[in-house]
Design a protein around this ligand. Structure first.
Ligand SMILES: [Zn+2]
Length: 280
């Protein structure tokens, strides 16, 4: 069965649900989410050259960010796709954590855009694929550098100034080392982005920096995913737990105005996911 046929089958499974039935309405969300989620994975791997393992375990939002950063190199990404992905991401978190029924309008909105999303992303990715084969060495270097600098930045954001336990271990890391690498790379990415027009202007230290950054980030990533697979915090080795708490609720009937969901370490502030749901 071709990719397109499999996608059609997923949409048909959404269409077969009776949306006047509350339970089926809840179930109807999943094929919609799958439809977008699988498109992004397929495009990311087949046309954008992103490794399958890097995308497979990501949420739809993170998956989309990765693919979007590649596709945006050849043109602007319509904002409506950001909105659709964000709705899918938020609804999924709600459905997984709570016994809610998704709003009919949100489902219908996403459904009505499904085929258009498919056509757009396949066409746009096809164009990217053709154009990127003609990318020069400098363009590839810049692209790779930007990609890993972004990834490094997000690792730094997640861990702050704390070096994770697993990063020290047998690697004997020094945190300054990693921060310096990112800093240096970000600087060279900026310079390369602005002024370099000739391959000869990329120095060997630009290349060395990029290569060691890639090696370190991939290593960190692999170790982190092993920790998380065993629900162990990569920073302090405590348990990863999911929790929720309500706040607000000063009205007479004490209905909470917001609920916070969190998946993260039970001891430190390492978080896998944090979402807040507001009630008007
Ligand atoms: Zn922890």
């Amino acid at each position: 069965m071709s990719f397109e046929e499999r996608m059609q089958e997923i949409l048909a499974s959404y269409d077969a649900q009776d949306l006047t039935n509350q339970y089926q309405k809840r179930m109807a969300f999943y094929p919609l989410h799958d439809y977008f989620h699988r498109h992004i994975l397929e495009i990311g791997v087949r046309y954008c050259g992103i490794p399958n393992v890097a995308l497979k375990s990501c949420s739809i939002k993170v998956r989309w960010e990765h693919v979007k950063s590649v596709l945006s190199e050849i043109g602007t990404i319509p904002r409506k796709w950001d909105q659709a992905i964000s709705t899918l991401h938020n609804l999924r978190n709600k459905l997984v954590h709570e016994d809610v029924v998704p709003p009919l309008r949100a489902l219908e909105d996403i459904r009505s855009n499904a085929e258009e999303f498919s056509e757009w992303i396949i066409e746009h990715a096809g164009t990217y694929f053709v154009q990127s084969s003609g990318f020069t060495f400098i363009q590839r270097f810049k692209k790779l550098t930007r990609w890993y600098v972004r990834k490094g930045d997000s690792i730094l954001r997640d861990y702050g100034k704390t070096v994770p336990d697993y990063a020290i271990g047998d690697l004997r890391w020094k945190k300054e080392f990693f921060f310096m690498k990112i800093k240096g790379l970000r600087a060279s990415a900026d310079i390369v982005g602005k002024s370099i027009t000739n391959v000869a202007e990329i120095t060997s230290s630009n290349l060395d920096g990029l290569i060691s950054l890639i090696t370190e980030i991939e290593r960190l990533d692999a170790r982190e995913s092993v920790y998380l697979e065993f629900k162990v915090c990569p920073i302090c080795s405590s348990k990863i737990i999911s929790s929720q708490h309500a706040s607000g609720g000063s009205s007479p009937d004490h209905v909470p105005t917001e609920i916070h969901y969190r998946i993260g370490c039970e001891k430190c502030d390492f978080e896998v996911m944090h979402e807040t749901e507001w009630f008007a």
